[in-house]
Write a protein that binds this ligand. Structure first.
Ligand code: ADE
Length: 233
């Protein structure tokens, strides 16, 4: 059974976009996942097919109408999770991506303007997800990011070596730095340990590097990592 992605958007021409290339593109061609886009405009109201209106209570921007969005959702709704991409959603994590990839697919709702009338998200039990603490001009690029992260985990998309590597990122550390040939480049040498052929030394070096970089860049991950380590006597 394929992973089925359905995207509700005002800009269906943005899909598959980058997901039509490389790993995801090949997987799409081979039927590992499928993509359907629905233009929310098709459910717009009146001669201008309006999808939004001014916010009650005042303020800048426009809000996507609940009746319009609900009709778009109803046209595709099935047992799959409904996900609204919004900057006020819960941050996307690798754990959530893994769960999504293990399921049958998702219906992704992409907003523009100031967002959705909250009632249509509540009435449809939508899960709100954010791809980071910054504001995109719409949910489309967030949906592409979420789909990319899920698709690479589908069986048959990556080689066996890569999927094994994926498991190691279950570990809450940032990755150690990578090096390839040439062994010296612009006066910069590859760390000697990596040339030693000593597997345990390489593993120890990588672990130390991963810890150093995580501690420096991501105090949040570092704190969780430290808390998860068995206490040493
Ligand atoms: N739409 C606008 N910004 C977003 C973000 N950071 N994550 C998800 N959807 C968004």
């Amino acid at each position: 059974m394929s992973f089925r992605a359905t995207v509700l958007t005002l800009f269906p021409e943005m899909f598959p976009g980058p997901l039509g290339h490389s790993l995801a593109g090949r997987a799409l061609e081979s039927g590992i996942w499928t993509l359907d886009c629905v233009n929310i405009r098709n459910f717009g109201l009146g001669r201008h097919r309006a999808v939004d209106d001014t916010p009650f209570g005042g303020g800048a921007g426009m809000v996507m109408r609940p009746d319009v969005i609900d009709a778009a959702i109803a046209s595709v709704r099935d047992e799959r999770q409904l996900i609204a991409l919004t900057p006020r959603g819960a941050p996307l994590t690798q754990a959530r991506v893994r769960d999504l990839a293990a399921g049958g697919g998702a219906i992704l709702l992409c907003g523009r303007y100031e967002g959705f009338d909250q009632r249509v998200l509540d009435a449809n039990g939508a899960e709100e997800i954010s791809v980071g603490d910054y504001v995109l001009s719409g949910g489309e690029i967030a949906a592409l990011a979420l789909l990319d992260a899920a698709i690479r985990l589908l069986p048959g998309v990556m080689g066996a070596a890569d999927s094994a590597a994926e498991e190691s990122f279950a570990e809450p550390l940032l990755e150690y730095p990578h090096f390839t040939r040439p062994a010296e480049w612009r006066g910069r040498a590859v760390p000697e340990t990596l040339l030693s052929g000593h597997h345990q030394a390489v593993a120890d070096w990588r672990r130390a590097e991963a810890e150093t970089i995580t501690r420096a860049r991501r105090p949040d991950l570092w704190a969780r990592y430290i808390a998860s380590q068995p206490a040493r006597p």
